[in-house]
Ligand binder design. Structure first.
Ligand SMILES: [Zn+2]
Length: 142
């Protein structure tokens, strides 16, 4: 049996990522983020009743606001890596190809499947563009 892998030791490959979408802080419109100066907690926002009693804002739970998504999630080329370990596992009719890279640890570190690595920055960018256009289509339909 002759085993061949998509990549070899020393090959430079690229990965892609969908970084978390940026978020912005939006102040609570109910309590306006009013902070109780006597609160023993930091930045607890309260509603003060006519009788002077205070309760945590029921809308923001005393947080004064919330972080909301600002912008959409986009795929982008993450980094280039150097193959440092190649594993090809054959069981019955399935073949599993995994890699570890010098930059992320060999032996212990991140394991990459061949399907998540790309042979050039351009091919990685091409996959990102395709995934982003699918996201764009789904956003238009939603
Ligand atoms: Zn509030």
């Amino acid at each position: 049996m002759k085993l061949e892998s998509k990549y070899n030791l020393g090959d430079v490959v690229w990965t892609i990522t969908d970084p978390p979408a940026p978020r912005v802080w939006v102040r609570c419109t109910f309590c306006l983020g009013y902070e109780d100066p006597q609160s023993s907690f930091e930045a607890r926002t309260v509603i003060v009743g006519d009788d002077g009693r205070k309760v945590d804002c029921p809308i923001c739970k005393g947080n004064g606001g919330e972080h909301i998504l600002a912008g959409r999630i986009c795929w982008e080329v993450a980094e280039s890596l150097t193959i440092g370990l190649v594993q090809v596992k054959v069981t019955g009719s399935s073949i599993e190809e995994t890699y570890m890279c010098k930059e992320t640890g060999i032996g212990s570190g991140r394991v990459y499947y061949h399907t998540s690595l790309y042979s050039s920055n351009e091919s990685a960018q091409c996959i990102c563009d395709m995934k982003n256009s699918i996201l764009e289509e789904n956003n238009v339909k939603a």
